[in-house]
Each structure stands twice: as structure tokens, then as C-alpha cells.
Design a protein around this ligand. Sequence first.
Ligand code: FAD
Ligand code: NAP
Length: 629
Amino acid sequence: MATEIASSQIIHVAGFAGDAHFQKTANIAAALEHLVGSKKLRVRIIEHASAEEFSKWAQEKIGQLNSRGITVDPTVSPLCYNDNNEYLGAAEDAIQYFRATFLSRSSSNSSVLAPFNPDLVQQEGSGTKSNKEPEYDYDLIVIGGGSGGLACAKQASKLGAKVAICDFVKPSPLGTKWGLGGTCVNVGCIPKKLMHTAALLRESMEDYKAYGWTLGDEKSLPKVVDWPIMVQNVQNHIKSLNFKYRVELREKEVKYEKKLASFTDDPHTVEMKDKNGNVTQATARRIVVAVGGRPTPISCEGGELALSSDDIFSLKTSPGKTLVVGASYIALECAGFLAGCGFDVTVMVRSILLRGFDRDCCERIGKDLEEKGVKFIYGCVPSSIKADGDSKVVTWVHSNSKDCKEPSSPGSDTFTTVLGAIGRTADTHLLNIEKVGLKINPRNKKLICENEQTNISHIYAIGDVVDGRPELTPVAIQAGKLLAKRIYEPGFTRQMDYHHVATTVFTPLEYGTIGFSEEEAIEKYGSDNVEVYHRVFAPLEWNLPKHRPDNLCYAKLICDKNDGERVVGFHYCGPNAGEVTQGWSLAMKCGATYDDFWNTVGIHPTISEEFTILSVTKSSGESAEGGSC
Ligand SMILES: Cc1cc2nc3c(=O)[nH]c(=O)nc-3n(C[C@H](O)[C@H](O)[C@H](O)COP(=O)(O)OP(=O)(O)OC[C@H]3O[C@@H](n4cnc5c(N)ncnc54)[C@H](O)[C@@H]3O)c2cc1C
Ligand SMILES: NC(=O)c1ccc[n+]([C@@H]2O[C@H](COP(=O)([O-])OP(=O)(O)OC[C@H]3O[C@@H](n4cnc5c(N)ncnc54)[C@H](OP(=O)(O)O)[C@@H]3O)[C@@H](O)[C@H]2O)c1
């Protein structure tokens, strides 16, 4: 994309006579000056008689250059820099920079259009002595068209890179397939939130009467959702999103390859296989791996009879009596919406609910699910699943988890559906990563990266496939956009900030959280150095209907006493948790203290204002029950 420059830039191209790379770079720079006019660009060619002379000169010059800590090799010709003594790269990289900065997309050959960040290119080691950078089919190939891959590909293309994206959905073991957009859109956040909404609507139906609406006889209120209609409508919406993504790629000039990509013996060549087994290859200067993850299968006897989150959102027939195995985000969200939609649900918990989250909040979520009819089998794992006609007979045994204080009895029961939600495994197994020697964490098959860069310097990774990073859509999107900008936007250096990313668990009692749980804060700072402000309350809207509890919602701020009561943990259980938490996440990013929260004038009457009036500390032992306004 052309960068408008306000006034003339002076670019210096230095090299030695007889060096073809220097001659080519100098010729292109001179031609560009002629093309765009000397009001925009002036070129200074510095030709040395020999390689030795150039090298001696370059050694001195490099000392004056702003190379931002990068080692620039004085033997590499040409050496390009601007009038501010900023190093611009060598040969092909410098040419790309000239074109991206001074030419518009329409007037140039897009295959060499991509601008670059000289810092990054140097770290990748492309300014080699030979300077024989080959021509590639693409500046960038992105493998995986999910949240992160799409964001990265579109951003890179917007910045002038020639980009291809490969996205291929391997059917689930039960044969479920979907379209472009990855997990979030097809089998994750989007269908989950829509079905969660369906479940919440059932709760709201009981509010109507208290607000003066008559929906006929209370007994006539539907007890179970019309599953096929809900699934059909959700799937129609997903298909519209798949279509929108395809159109966006076309508009942004990103080549969409609906093919399974894998690495080859050459680290710049990607092999692509379509659904009919036809194989093609393409080369790229850089590759971004954004293949996400897939549900980890249940490994006990008959584990293949269990569905996963890949199947549940498009299941044609009603799930009926369901056993959910697992106890984290996916398990409890699915258990919540299935129960809310009227199904008989049991959750099998290996150890504890929502490991890693604030225990006060997890207990509330568990209690609320129980009150909504969800049954729990604690401290157990399935030992076998056997088909019995259309049903599944599940037998379970103790998991012997030391974290589970009161395990349930081993036993057996019959279910229509078994849903496995025991975590996700990186989708790297068909990528042939061993061919290029990418480093993975053997436990979860995720790629080991530093600032999204793998151990192979021109291969990057973003999103769920990156080891040690939160598996969340906005994280994948932000990391993808920032990476593309760091590569293709000259001067852009901002790294992805993974610290204290806000998240929400969409259980019936929603839970929004930022930063440390109380347990983590105490472990990090010591119990004497942590202050907890909290309040149990009922939203105003829950006061009229009698079926709503009055002590379920909860607001909690965890503060570091040694840092002016800076808020290091934010926890909220209650309606619209995502909306409430998102705004406060900005405050925490800005380093807000308890006093800043207290000093913020609330919006009345809202739930979010609870965080501006917290005054009871846990250490005081006073009741946190603040009632309602
Ligand atoms: C049930 C569920 C609910 C969720 N809810 C939320 C939520 O509410 N909020 C939230 O923030 N996050 C949520 N997540 C997590 C979120 O979906 C992921 O963090 C996000 O989708 C990760 O994006 P990604 O780009 O890394 O990978 P993905 O979105 O998984 O995309 C990877 C893509 O690469 C493709 N692919 C894989 N291998 C290849 C190959 N070799 N060649 C070509 N293509 C390939 C895959 O088919 C897929 O399309 C949820 C996840 C699940 C499962
Ligand atoms: N709302 C959202 O933003 C949202 C929603 C859904 C998913 N996600 C993302 O998706 C990621 C994956 O979520 P997830 O819930 O699938 O996985 P997870 O967070 O990795 O949790 C896995 C759960 O399965 C249990 N488990 C693991 N192995 C088991 C086994 N062999 N038998 C029985 N139980 C077992 C774990 O129990 P232990 O505690 O005993 O290990 C844990 O409860 C999350 O980290 C999250 O980032 C986000």
C-alpha cells in the first residue's frame, strides 16, 4: 500500500563497482526517483571501487546508522539508509521497501510489493552475504483460516504483501465439517454464545409475569427448546459468516486456498492438498502457522462414541440426556446451555471446576448449575462407554485426584449423548513440522515461540497453536494483526501483550475475570500484602421475579497493598459479564488502583457500578452481602 510522504526523502545506496546487487538496487532507486519525482524522493548513489574499499567505508558508516541494535554486516553490499541515518536493508529487502513506500499497488508488480520491517528481516537473517534472495510466489503464506490466520492475512495484504491463506477443515471423527473462519465462528464462541442466549431466554420467560406480561398458563411455558430449529438458525448464521469471510478475502486480495497445507523439505515451500487429493506447491518468503487446535478425544474404551464441541452445535437431533466429561470452560458452558435448553445434564469432574480460576467464583458457578438441575459426579473419569441401541452406557471410576475433596461413588448410567470436553490439542500433526524442524512442546504439540517467531526464523505462529498463550479468539486476532504490522509496516515494533487478558466464562451465571485469582495473588504477593474488596448482590432487574436468587451475583477486586492498592484481580459473577468486564479491563490495563475504581462515578442503576462502590474488605470479616439497590 502506498505510503504518502509529506516531503522529499533522501535515500543512500552504497556498494562497490562490479557488484550486481548494488547495481540492481541503485538502478531501481534511480528509476524510482525519476518516476515519482525528486520532490518525493532523491537518491544518492555511493559507488566504491572495490569490495575492500566499500567494506572499510561501511565499517565506519555503520557506527553512524540507527540500526536499532541490529548487527549490520559491513561486507554486505549494497548498504541502504535514509537521510536520518536509518538502516533500510540490503538488495531485495531495500527494493521492496522502496516500492512499498513510493509506489502504489496498482502501478507495481505485487509479487515484490511487500514492505518490510528492517529490524525483523535482519533478525530473520535475510541480509545474507550472497544477497541472492530468490523470487517467491508469495510474500506470506498463512496456514489456517481461523481467527488469528484471517486477521494476520488481511492485515499483511492491507500493508502491501502478496498473501495466500490455506484453510482446510478435517472432519471430526463423527464426520462433522464446516466452512471458512476456524473454531470460533463454526464450532466455538459464536454457536456457543447463541445457544447460551437460547438458554437464558428460558430463564427470562419466568420473569415476564412479574413484569405484568401474561404468556398464558405458566404450565404451558415450553420446558425444552426446539433443538432442530435452534440448530438450523444458528447454522444459517454461521454460513452467512463463512460467506462474509470469503468475500472479505477476495476484497482484500488474499488468495484463499481451500487446501490442507504441510511443510516440505524446503522451508519456504508449502504443499497444498485439496479434498480430491490434488497436490500443488507454493513458495513464500515467510510463513505463519495458525492452525489452532482440536478437541482432545476421550481415551477410555468406547471413547469414540463421545461427541465433542466439533459436533454438538450442528447435531441434527436433540441431545437428550447428556453426560459432559470435563469441568472447564467448554464443559461447563455446554452443560449450562444444554440444561438451560431443558435437557437432563450430568457433568463428570476429574478434579475441580474451572482449574486456575478464582475459587469463590467457581463455587458460585457450580452451585448455580446445581440449582438449575445439573448433576455432578466429582473426582471420577469414565472407564468405558458402550453402545446400547441409540444410547450409551457409561461406567466411571475414581480419578484419584488429590484436588478433589469429596469424590462421588464409582458407578454406571445410560445417556443419549456423551460430550467430551477434556481440553484441546494443537492441530499440528499433519503439518510435517519435523521436515523443517519446528520445535514443539511434546505434551500438547504446540509450537514454541518467542514473540510469535518459531525456532525457524521466517516461520511464525499465532493463536491457539502457540505454547503457553491463552486460547482465546481476541488473543489470536490481536497477535495476528500485530505480527503482520511488525513485519510489513516500517517502524512498527509493538509486541503482543498477553498479560492479564480479560475473559468471560458463559455459564448460566456468567463469570468475567481479569488478572489474578485470589489464590494466585496470595501466592504471588503473600496474604498480608493482598486486600480483597467484595460484595454479594442482586441486580435490580432480579428483584421483581421471585424465582431469581438474591445472593448469587458477586463483585470482587483483589489489590496489591504494596503498590498503592493497584487492582491485580477483577472478578464478577452475574448477567452480561462479558460487557461489564470488557470496560474495566481497560482500567486495569492502565494500572487502576482501588481508589481509581472508587473515584469513578457509576452509571445508575447498573451492575457495573457495583465496582465503584465496593467497600467491604474480606479481611474485616464483615458480611459481603450488600443487597440490592
Ligand atoms: C466450544 C468453544 C467455545 C469457545 N468460546 C470462546 C469464547 O467465548 N471466547 C473466546 O475468546 N474464545 C473462545 N473459544 C476459543 C477460540 O475459538 C479459539 O481461541 C480461536 O478460535 C483460536 O483461533 P486460531 O486462529 O488460533 O485457530 P482456529 O480458529 O482453530 O483456526 C485454525 C484453522 O486452521 C485450519 N487448519 C488446521 N490445520 C490446517 C492445515 N494443515 N492446513 C490448512 N488449514 C488448517 C483449521 O481447520 C481451522 O480452520 C472457544 C473454543 C471452543 C472450542
Ligand atoms: N468463554 C471463553 O472464552 C471460552 C470458552 C470455551 C473455550 N475457551 C478456550 O478454550 C480452551 C479449552 O477449553 P477446555 O474447557 O476444553 O479445556 P481446558 O481448559 O484445558 O480444561 C480441560 C478440562 O478437562 C479436564 N480433563 C482433562 N483431561 C481429562 C481426562 N483425561 N478425563 C477427564 N477430564 C479431563 C480438566 O480437568 P483437570 O482440571 O483435572 O485437569 C479440565 O476440567 C480454554 O483454555 C479457553 O481458553 C474459551
